[in-house]
Ligand binder design. Sequence first.
Ligand code: FES
Length: 76
Amino acid sequence: MPCCDSMTDRVTCHCLQVKESQVADSVAIYGAQSVKDVIRTCGAGGGCNSCHTKIRQIIESHGATGACEEEMPAAL
Ligand code: FES
């Protein structure tokens, strides 16, 4: 069951046929905070990489702060 009823539940990753709700569940249930985490938990993003931007948006919309594993924290 999707964690967010307001989702339209479109396919986010066409290579792996993973829906938006499954990516959201990876964030909400399994604590995915990066694209790598999402690939590990539900498979989305493990093909051509063209869905990585969408995956990052889903991660960010669910409150995670480390959506881009390539970015380093800014030095203060
Ligand atoms: S569409 Fe997700 S890896 Fe290709």
